[in-house]
Design a protein around this ligand. Structure first.
Ligand code: NDP
Length: 402
């Protein structure tokens, strides 16, 4: 049915490649390209059967991207490199008139700032070019927005309170490692927290608000209020929202390591001079930490990510919780991945499938909640991410009076 170009051969890129290869009736030809071609070749060999072509590309370079896209002629590009490359890859898609999908919004290298405005600015040009840009189609952002759209379509007339809760209760056996790109992960956690309440963004000191949340099949885990990018699009796209927050678990061990690294300056993104060379401490730290794609072997435990919602249906108050649990060892057994990469890569593949099969269509730049959630929700369990829901059960929070 269609050709797909996947850019980025990291933890998430490996999952997207495996999962596209599992659906040959949709993804007829697959090209995996990244900065380091040997990483693409390794993934292609794991998939086997000569299903995957590989190429080297510097995704910071628009001309190189245009040349690669023009020679392979895909219908859709899945960007699972880093957020720094979003704008160059979008520009190349625009020039070649090819649909675009990513899993994380653009960030400038020199400020840790997560905002959609740089990518939303492509709206008119994507429309004129007749192509679709699907932003933030991983798990969170991604499935978190689809869960919310599903809740609004099937369970609520008005959503008033949204809490996205994200738990990784896995153990990879390393003293300290991040489950997705360390640079992006640490930038996200060390910035100020932020949530949306009655039309305003409330800013808090990093990791300063936390409480235990009882996750299904896992139990209570300390969860920290963070800013997360899907909040920006959800408060814009979901009407009647009074408050929207995002929570993520961290172990005490993780927080202790992070504090020490911060205290000694290793998480800084300000360049310093070292032996006559300019280096960014956080980039150096990334180089010595384990790669996310290497964590799968021996990883035990589960992730649990979902949306807890309170609102109105037929004039009555209603609560709703929708979630997925994903087991690290099970996904390692399936495709040698870990659950954080898997829960990101599967939705990216499904998003591309929605575009190629015409189940999601449009011209311009969209977030996932702009589309009908039904075909996506149907595809999730089929491709490895079953979901569950609980209606009118007590939620993790009791502070619903503003
Ligand atoms: P990794 O660091 O494992 O992989 C990133 C890959 O991108 C690497 O293979 C890297 O190449 C490649 N890359 C980096 N820069 C370039 C460039 N200039 N040109 C070509 N390739 C490049 O990260 P992850 O796989 O863990 O994460 C991938 C993306 O997924 C990130 O944007 C992350 O934020 C996002 N994500 C989204 C989530 C969600 O739920 N929405 C959750 C988790 C992650 P090299 O190997 O040479 O360094």
């Amino acid at each position: 049915m269609g050709k797909v170009l996947i850019i980025g051969a990291g933890g998430v890129g490996a999952v997207v490649t495996h999962k596209c290869a599992q659906v040959p009736e949709v993804f007829t030809d697959i090209l995996l390209a990244s900065r380091t071609k040997s990483k693409c070749d390794k993934i292609a060999a794991e998939v086997g059967g000569n299903r995957i072509q590989t190429a080297q590309v510097d995704a910071d370079n628009v001309e190189e991207l245009v040349a690669l896209i023009s020679s392979f002629q895909p219908e859709v590009v899945i960007n699972v490199a880093l957020p720094y490359q979003d704008l160059t890859i979008m520009e190349a898609c625009l020039r070649t008139k090819v649909h675009y999908l990513d899993t994380a919004n653009y960030e400038p290298k020199d400020v840790a700032k997560f905002e959609y405005h740089w990518q939303w600015a492509f709206q008119d040009r994507f429309k004129e070019a007749g192509i679709l840009g699907l932003l933030g189609c991983g798990f969170d952002p991604g499935v978190s927005g689809i869960f919310t759209a599903h809740a609004l379509k099937h369970h609520f007339d008005e959503i008033h309170y949204l809490d996205i809760i994200d738990c990784n209760a896995g153990d990879h056996g390393k003293a300290f490692a991040t489950n997705f790109n360390p640079e992006i992960n640490i930038r996200e956690i060390t910035q100020k927290g932020k949530y949306w309440q009655q039309g305003d963004w409330i800013e808090i000191e990093p990791l300063s608000i936390h409480q235990p949340i009882d996750y299904p099949g896992i139990g209570p885990k300390e969860s920290y209020l963070l800013y997360h990018e899907e909040l920006e699009s959800l408060v814009k796209n979901i009407p009647h929202m009074k408050r929207a927050r995002f929570w993520m678990t961290f172990s005490q061990n993780y927080i202790n390591h992070l504090r020490v690294l911060e205290n000694v300056g290793m998480t800084s993104i300000k360049p310093i001079k070292f032996q006559g060379q300019e280096i960014v401490p956080l980039e150096f730290l990334k180089a010595v930490l384990p790669e996310p794609s290497s964590l799968g072997e021996g990883y035990s435990g589960q992730t649990s990510i979902g949306c807890q919602i309170k609102g109105l249906k037929n004039g009555k108050e209603k609560t709703y919780y929708v979630w997925n649990n994903c087991d690290h060892a099970a996904v390692y057994k399936e495709i040698k991945a870990q659950a954080v990469s898997y829960t990101t890569g599967v939705p990216a593949m499904i998003g591309a499938m929605m575009i190629l099969t015409g189940q999601w269509s449009g011209r311009g730049v969209f977030n996932v909640e702009d589309f009908d959630p039904d075909p996506f929700m149907k595809a999730l369990p089929k491709h490895g991410l079953p979901w569950h829901e609980a209606v009118d059960q007590p939620l993790a929070f009791s502070d619903y009076q503003l």
